[in-house]
Design a binder for this molecule. Structure first.
Ligand SMILES: Nc1ncnc2c1ncn2[C@@H]1O[C@H](COP(=O)(O)OP(=O)(O)OP(=O)(O)O)[C@@H](O)[C@H]1O
Length: 766
């Protein structure tokens, strides 16, 4: 906030009233909290004293009434926790809103709601409540919002923002059509912490539309770097749980993030928004756990690096990764599942001695049709139950039949054989045989079901999958689309891979899918609502597998194709995702970047323009900074120059600074060089946390999703070539910077800088 605005806030005609209101609100919270801790009598006394010390209130009587209400407010522990957390900043905005045919109300919007139980009046309105939509969505004048599908109309006469710190009102800003969003500017100009934060007070209209988009349908968001995708996805979670608090528990929700580092990076936002206990994991961890098996995966980073370095195997790797990520492969796996089903379907009759208890074709019919809705192996539990039931009744019938046959024979022998000795012999024989058969049947019946069920082989999804990938015969059967050479190539590739007892990341989703269809998921893995960040790095197969196995349409998918450094897995078009996987999805785009300054974005846009996706240029929100810098200098002097720049950035009080290299190997080289310098850097790997006040050194693929005050991009040995992958890596690296960006190399083309870049940067040749 500029001094000028601050001054104008103090002279704002409502400043004193607003100070009083804040004081009152905090007192109310105090009292409400005290009531929860003390007996009602004590609380009343407390209230009285509190009121006596509060002499600056105008409408004392109504405030007194409200404070009395506070004593009635009994809260549960969660509410207490929430109110304690907003005590220092109970609200951030106010709207004056008049519903049609009702009186005008002043509503104070904050992160938790609070109302007076005596008259139900709202003291603080939750930012997720329906009426708060007016603040985010509406301009002054006629506005409307929806509650439970019904539209409410009204008139918005005031939209006011507050800057409150530690319970003190620092400034007021009335927002109208002409003012820029002062709070937003202020929050963007602030320095980056090394964690993401909540943005409830400055959510923009296009972001609000996404947060509140219909919750019962999937949404797909293509958003520019820094447009707030991650942040919005997290706010949507908070909104979802607020709206569906009765029907959903946080443990029903899952966030899929790219790596552990990223999970750490976003870890504080949800608690800030009052949400705990959400499963935050990576696709690898989730799918491995869901299949319940130990699956060793070859390091996916190595594959990426081999693609970056364009080694000999990269064409084959690309081709097979794309195939394993395709919807064609899903179709093939579906055919394979049909084949497994057919071959597992019961064929033989269930027999008890020589009696047929159940026909095999009847069981097959149940297995293939009636129980088709169940995972394959779960159908066997049903089949077993059916056989057990039949056996119970059929056994009685069989025993009765045996009894009848022998009783009749006995009668014949008793009355038909005259010779005593012969008759005795015959009777004894019949009775012995009857007893033996009855015993044998009883005994056999005890193991009939077990013996019958034993024929159905139980194989894990992993074993089934291996069998498919290494069998020409099965592939020819299930994948008629593949040419013979493709089948051969796949089999040879798989044999090579599997001989090292490893799978690759692209195999995980097919194994998960097979497991889900064969065995089903356990309760813990069966989440109901999924939030996927950096979704451009997913394959179509992975998305479809999640959708089909989880059997839910509650998906929030956010990503940026311009940052799709794993597009070799096949994902290049949200249209396919929408058309083939999430047919009913709402599709949104976000073009504005809230992260970077105009100057940095201008440079990054230059790289974006060169991409094949022909994505629209990113519009930075109006925030100027200094031009990015380029230092052309010999490799030997590079680190020294970077050290000087780091010192300058630190003098400017930038606390989060990153050096982003093209690959992990280049990072290591850089780390060795910095080891000999006075600057301490933290070399980051996937499973580490960002340390505060350290210069972070990390490869571009790992920097995805993160942001820093200042970013330095060197090209020491590894050049960014003009191919698709390198452009994306460089784009990711550039768009991590909030305030400062500096590039270093021996030749400008190593960083894809051409003549036109000279107008967008300060350019220094040493
Ligand atoms: N409405 C807003 N008010 C204040 N800050 C915002 C707003 N929207 C986004 N930001 C800030 O912009 C930055 C970028 O947000 P976020 O990381 O969510 O973007 P993203 O689209 O996920 O970026 P990327 O694609 O690069 O990972 C964050 O610092 C975030 O706090």
């Amino acid at each position: 906030m500029t001094d000028k605005t601050k001054h104008s806030s103090f002279s704002h005609p409502d400043f004193k009233n607003e100070v009083d209101r804040l004081l009152f609100t905090r007192l109310y919270i105090d009292q409400a909290l005290a009531t929860s801790k003390q007996s009602a009598g004590n609380a009343r006394q407390h209230l009285k004293e509190a009121y006596e010390t509060l002499d600056s209130l105008d409408s004392s009587l109504s405030y007194m009434n409200l404070l009395t209400g506070a004593s009635l407010l009994q809260m549960n522990t969660d509410q207490v926790k929430r109110l304690q957390s907003v005590y220092d900043k109970p609200y951030f905005a106010r709207i004056d809103y008049q519903k049609e045919n009702e009186e005008k109300e002043s509503l104070y919007i904050g992160k938790a709601s609070l109302h007076n139980p005596e008259n139900q009046s709202q003291i603080i309105v939750d930012w997720r409540s329906p009426v708060s939509n007016v603040y985010y969505d509406g301009r002054l004048g006629e506005v409307e919002y929806e509650v439970n599908g019904e539209t409410t109309q009204g008139y918005l006469s005031l939209k006011r923002q507050y800057q409150i710190e530690k319970g003190e009102l620092l400034s007021i800003q009335d927002v109208d059509l002409t003012t820029t969003d002062e709070l937003l500017q202020q929050s963007l100009a602030g320095k980056a912490d090394n964690r993401l934060t909540e943005i409830v007070s400055t959510i923009q209209k296009e972001q609000n539309d996404i947060i509140r988009a219909p919750l019962n349908r999937p949404i797909i968001v293509q958003g520019a770097a820094g447009s707030g995708k991650t942040t919005i996805a997290l706010h949507r979670i908070s909104y979802f749980l607020y709206v569906n608090s009765e029907t959903f528990h946080p443990s029903d929700l899952m966030i899929l993030a790219p790596n552990q580092l990223f999970i750490e990076y976003i870890s504080e936002v949800l608690p800030e928004l009052g949400v705990d206990k959400i499963n935050q994991t990576t696709l690898i961890d989730y799918m491995t756990k869901a299949t319940g098996q130990t699956i060793r995966l070859a390091d996916p980073v190595k594959k990426l690096v081999s693609l970056i370095e364009e080694d000999d195997s990269s064409e084959e790797t690309k081709k097979l990764s794309e195939f394993k990520g395709s919807l064609l492969f899903l179709k093939i796996i579906d055919r394979y599942l049909n084949h497994i089903e057919e071959s597992l379907a019961p064929k033989t009759d269930v027999m008890l001695e020589k009696f047929r208890i159940l026909r095999g074709d009847r069981l097959a019919n149940l297995f293939l049709h009636d129980y088709h809705y169940l995972p394959v192996y779960r159908r066997f539990d049903k089949i077993k139950g059916v056989i057990q039931n039949h056996l119970r009744t059929k056994k009685k019938e069989v025993l009765k039949k045996i009894k009848d046959v022998y009783d009749e024979a006995l009668e014949k022998a008793l009355y038909g054989i005259r010779n005593d000795a012969k008759r005795r012999k015959r009777v004894t024989f019949i009775m012995d045989t009857k007893a033996q058969r009855t015993d044998a049947i009883q005994k056999e019946a005890r193991s009939t079901v077990r013996a019958y069920m034993k024929q159905f082989e139980r194989k894990s999804a992993v074993d089934y999958y291996k069998e498919l990938l290494t069998s020409r015969e099965l592939l020819e059967l299930c994948a008629p689309e593949l040419a013979r050479e493709d089948v051969d190539q796949l089999v040879q590739y798989s044999q090579r891979l599997l001989s090292s007892r490893m799978f690759e990341l692209e195999d995980l989703a097919p194994i998960y899918y097979l497991h889900g269809r064969l065995y089903g998921l356990d309760d813990e893995s069966r989440v109901k609502n999924v939030f996927i960040d950096e979704a451009q790095d997913y394959s179509y197969f992975q998305l479809a597998a999640l959708r089909k196995i989880l059997d839910t349409s509650l998906f929030t998918i956010v990503g940026d194709l311009a940052q799709g450094i794993h597009s070799y897995r096949g994902m290049r078009d949200w249209g396919v995702v929408k058309k083939e996987i999430f047919g009913e999805a709402h599709y949104f785009t976000l073009q504005k970047s809230y992260r970077t300054t105009i100057e940095i974005m201008n440079l990054a846009n230059m790289i974006l323009e060169k991409m094949e996706e022909s994505l629209p240029l990113v519009e930075p929100v109006v925030r100027h900074g200094v031009l990015p810098s380029y230092h052309q200098l010999p490799a030997a002097s590079l680190v020294q120059r970077m050290e000087q720049d780091i010192a300058l950035f630190q003098q400017e009080n930038f606390t989060t600074i990153a050096i982003i290299c093209k690959t992990p190997a280049e990072c290591k080289r850089m780390f060795t060089l910095f080891a000999a310098s006075s600057v301490t850097v933290q070399l980051l790997t996937e499973n580490e946390e960002l340390e505060k006040n350290q210069i972070t050194l990390l490869p571009a693929h790992l920097a995805k999703g993160l942001e820093f005050d200042a970013v330095l991009i060197p090209s020491l040995i590894e050049r960014y070539k003009g191919n698709e992958l390198d452009r994306k890596l460089l784009y990711v690296a550039m768009t991590r910077a909030m305030h400062r960006l500096a590039l270093y190399s021996e030749h400008p083309e190593d960083l894809l800088l051409d003549e036109s870049a000279k107008t967008k940067m300060t350019w220094q040749k040493t």
